[in-house]
Design a binder for this molecule. Structure first.
Ligand SMILES: [Zn+2]
Length: 277
């Protein structure tokens, strides 16, 4: 397998911040990435959120049908829709391989969510969740609830593979993360011991970290020596992903000069283990 074919980006979107379907493929080519997990974003109450952009499952499938060798489709059916189980089974039958992006304004340990996470596990679909706490200026803009609520979901669904993602998940790489003080989405400076993210990744075999977004990049680069150590320590538990269209994360990871086996796991090996192609 060539290096480009081997690299998997576990977090992409289409028709999003200026990239249409061909634009997404051009981007993957430009950074040397073979395939991507392509996520929808579906919220039944999305209209309440000024930042919401409905990224439909239909758009994901249209892209998959056009570029079947490059796209691994996800279907993030909102658990509050009517008959969500039936819908997820239907999308699975049409070729969906994962359940995401889960980015809903409910606590992820609610029973509506747990029921769907368990079904995703039965169907062999990994679940990617976005966790974001409210900021004082935008008190209604939050997703998923507290990281401990997510931990309960991971514990309640041992047969489901989860990937943690976004600002407030990665803030907890550091022991001093404070949910009451999260107007800083991308905290700078040294990482202190005792973070929930290292604890959770070490504790739960069904949990992984999705390095995408400004949040994954910030978690690794705020304290680069720690970032490199973290990648080596959790080489079996974190996956390369971008969630936008830049090359900052791949540049940082390449610059770490990681052992070859660590690099290969993070850049595609773990994704292939989670979801055999
Ligand atoms: Zn996303």
């Amino acid at each position: 397998m060539s290096e480009a074919a081997a690299i998997i980006d576990v977090h992409q979107h289409v028709d999003w911040i200026g990239r249409d379907k061909a634009g997404l493929i051009d981007y993957l080519d430009s950074v040397g990435v073979g395939t991507c997990w392509l996520h929808s974003w579906e919220e039944v109450d999305g209209g309440l959120d000024y930042a919401y952009q409905h990224l439909s499952i239909r758009q994901v499938f249209e892209t998959f049908e056009k570029y079947p060798d490059r796209i691994i489709p996800f279907a993030g059916v909102d658990c509050r829709r009517e008959n969500p189980e039936r819908l997820l089974r239907e999308y699975k039958a049409r070729g969906a391989r994962g359940y995401g992006e889960i980015k809903w304004r409910i606590s992820y340990d609610s029973w509506d969510a747990i029921r769907m996470f368990r079904l995703a596990g039965q169907l062999g679909m990994p679940v990617t969740v976005h966790i974001q706490y409210p900021a004082t200026k935008m008190p209604d803009w939050w997703y998923g609830g507290h990281i401990r609520a997510f931990e309960r979901a991971v514990k309640l669904c041992p047969d489901t593979i989860f990937l943690g993602h976004a600002q407030s998940w990665w803030t907890h790489i550091s022991g001093d993360a404070d949910p009451e003080k999260l107007d800083v989405s991308y905290p700078p400076g040294p990482v202190t011991p005792g973070g929930d993210v290292p604890r959770l990744l070490a504790t739960y075999p069904n949990l992984y970290g999705d390095l995408s977004g400004g949040s994954g990049l910030n978690a690794l680069t705020r304290d680069p020596a720690f970032g490199k150590k973290f990648l080596v320590e959790f080489a079996d538990k974190v996956c390369y992903g971008v969630d936008n269209y830049d090359d900052r994360l791949i540049t940082f990871i390449k610059g770490c000069n990681l052992p070859a086996d660590v690099y290969a796991k993070i850049m595609g090996g773990n994704a292939r283990k989670i979801m055999p192609v």
